[in-house]
Design a protein around this ligand. Structure first.
Ligand code: AMP
Length: 628
């Protein structure tokens, strides 16, 4: 056994002592009396009775040692701006936002929805909520009004904080009108909307509802808002993620367990120390952004870089230039970003001094071997593929150089992370599988500190969604296929369900189907994820029309395809827009009416569709093939 495996074993077999030791990484205002309460499985409560606060651990705790050191550096190549906030400046901004929220009546347990681009005010807002014990719910800026309205209805926020607009590749993308539309669709609108006006988009404030961030900030500048000490299991945030139904799931996270997991991971997985600089290129709307742009680095006393921009503007060297300029020690990105860079001049990889960089971490989607090899050779640094989910909040599988340097294998996110009793199980029998056998990746509960504690407002759905799919065992299903080789290295082999992963963005095909079905010409449709060289997967839709005779020629088809894409754009956002929509007269289904998605995917990818004994009409698959 290597030291990573030994640590893992200790974390499972001597769980309470292991986590009691890890819990020393953070500040507890009052100590916990019990490491774990697992009396109502699968619900786990970590560090019972202890009181702490995420904002205090991320900001206040570092005021003495790092008050004048940079805590947050915002770089925007979109609006050509750069601002450095020392820990003290961050403290002041966060307190001003906390005071604004208090003025609007926000208190512990209230929800605050944040719909913002990668601007520092978004980070201040998250930390201000944490300070007050208000539950933030950040919605990714690529989502549009229908997605947003669903989340507003589910979270019922007291206040929403948004910006007038974001900018992507130099193009202004308005946020405020999408929010206004979402609020008009919503049944549980907020009392107030606080708008950060970046001067990118002219908007008309809604009288009595909209408030101006800058005006409120000026009013509350210099405020000092006391930290609300929270019992460890008090919720810190809700982050929505896609599943197999059209209704997104609000992944709820606790406070103490999350703080401990992140602080611990910053040492053991990311091998860092206070004073380091961390660059994570994710977005605050995703879990990676929550954990490793905002909370993780700040809790660990590191400088975090918040980057608004793409990896190729002004050129493909921008990320490496940030590493050089800010002496970045740890970098975290997604395979898609690296695949985009592969198309750029390789000399850009050698142009900058990357000597401070220890490793490049990558997650969010499978890291294919050619990409891993290309970037490993180009950078001459370790590439650390790590596997996790919105639900787990931090990595399930990873090399853990802070425990011990262990060789990695391309295509493998290495070993289980301590705390995760992760297994490969037979989908039919629930039995543990041996080396090289493909099965479902599952986690035997309790889920470790930092993982989701429930689905917001729906304990029953939490249990039914995650803990009932493996026969005979109450274990958490990741809904990913995987296997372990004979040396203990893990491999992730794709989803077991209808969730797809486009450029690291997790999307439910069901949500896209519902959106396409809302077009008046469409009778029914199926959306599947098809392998794509750049984005990993892309969504492709196959639609059956109410009146197929309207497709008189290719031009009519293209026009309708465009109109359907526009509907998806408007409802769900460009992130969910299918790459293609094709028209067929019937979908391949079983006799009981279930769409044969795996067969559709196989045909689209030029593979054998497998067993088709249950198909109702074999010509339907021919149509799929012909339509491509
Ligand atoms: P999300 O919740 O958006 O982070 O998406 C989680 C899903 O992304 C997982 O269930 C996997 O299907 C996929 N995923 C994340 N990281 C990796 C990785 N390192 N290798 C393979 N798949 C990954």
């Amino acid at each position: 056994m290597n030291p990573i495996q030994t640590t893992h074993r200790a974390s499972i077999h001597d769980r309470d002592n292991f986590w009691a030791a890890e819990a020393r990484e953070i500040h507890w205002e009052s100590p916990f009396s019990q490491v774990l309460d697992f009396s109502k499985p699968p619900f786990a409560k970590w560090f019972v009775g202890g009181h702490t606060n995420l904002c205090f651990n991320a900001v206040d705790r570092w005021l003495d040692k790092r008050g004048d050191e940079p805590a947050l550096v915002w770089v925007s190549t979109e609006v050509d701006q750069e601002v450095t906030y020392t820990t003290r400046a961050l403290y002041q901004e966060v307190n001003a936002v906390a005071a604004m929220l208090v003025e609007q009546g926000v208190k512990q347990g209230d929800r605050v929805l944040i719909y913002m681009p990668m601007v520092p005010e978004a980070v201040f807002a998250m930390l201000a909520c944490a300070r007050l014990g208000a539950i933030h719910s950040v919605v990714f800026g690529g989502f549009a009004s229908v997605n947003l309205a669903q989340r507003i209805d589910d979270a019922s926020p007291k206040v929403i904080i948004c910006a007038d607009a974001g900018s992507r590749a130099g193009k202004v993308t308005p946020y405020k009108p999408l929010l206004d539309k979402a609020i008009s669709l919503s049944t549980r609108p907020p009392e107030h909307v606080i708008v950060v006006n970046r001067g990118l988009f002219d908007y008309e404030p809604v009288s009595g509802r909209d408030l101006d961030y800058a005006t409120l900030r000026a009013k509350h500048e210099g405020a000092s808002v006391p930290v609300t000490w929270l019992e460890s299991s008090a919720p810190s945030y809700v982050l929505y993620t896609s599943g197999t139904t059209g209704k997104p799931k609000g992944v709820q996270r606790d406070t103490g367990g999350y703080a401990v997991a992140l602080a611990s991971s910053m040492k053991r997985i990311f091998n860092g120390a206070p004073g380091d600089t961390y660059l994570c290129t994710s977005d605050i709307g995703w879990v990676v952004g929550h954990s490793y742009i905002v909370y993780g680095p700040l809790i660990a006393g590191q400088t975090t870089i918040l980057y608004e921009g793409t990896p190729v503007r002004p050129d493909g060297g921008i990320l490496w230039s940030l590493v050089e300029r800010f002496k970045v020690n740890t970098m975290f990105s997604a395979p898609t970003a690296i695949r985009v860079l592969k198309k750029q001049d390789p000399a850009l990889l050698k142009k900058y001094d990357l000597s401070t960089l220890r490793a490049l971490y990558m997650a969010g989607e499978p890291l294919d071997e050619p990409t891993a090899q290309w970037i490993a050779e180009g950078l001459g640094k370790p590439i650390i593929d790590n596997y996790w989910q919105t639900e787990t909040g931090w990595p399930i599988l990873a090399a853990q150089p802070g425990i011990a340097p262990v060789p990695t294998k391309f295509g493998s996110p290495s070993f289980p992370v301590y705390g995760f009793d992760v297994r490969v199980l037979d989908e039919q029998t629930g039995q543990d599988l041996g080396p090289d056998q493909k099965g479902v990746v599952a986690i035997v509960p309790p889920l470790p500190p930092g993982a989701m504690t429930t689905i917001w407002g729906d304990d029953k759905r939490f249990v039914e969604t995650y803990f009932t799919s493996i026969p005979g065992r109450q274990v958490y299903s990741t809904f990913d296929w995987g296997l372990v080789d004979d040396e203990g290295y893990w491999f992730i082999l794709g989803r077991t369900d209808d969730v797809i992963n486009v450029a690291g963005h997790r999307l439910g095909t069901r949500e896209i189907e519902e959106s396409i079905n809302s077009h008046p010409a469409v009778a029914e449709c199926a959306v599947v994820g098809i392998a794509d060289q750049l984005k990993g997967q892309v969504a492709v839709g196959f639609a059956v029309l109410k009146d197929p005779s309207q497709l008189v020629d290719a031009a009519a088809s293209m026009k309708l395809e465009g109109a359907i894409m526009k509907v998806v754009d408007e409802q769900l956002g460009p992130v969910a827009r299918p790459a293609r929509v094709r028209f067929v007269t019937t979908l391949p289904k079983t006799r009981s009416g279930k769409v044969l998605r795996r067969a559709i995917v196989a045909v689209c990818e030029g593979r054998d569709p497998g067993d088709l004994t249950t198909i109702e009409d074999p010509s339907a698959l021919e149509q799929i093939k012909d339509s491509l």
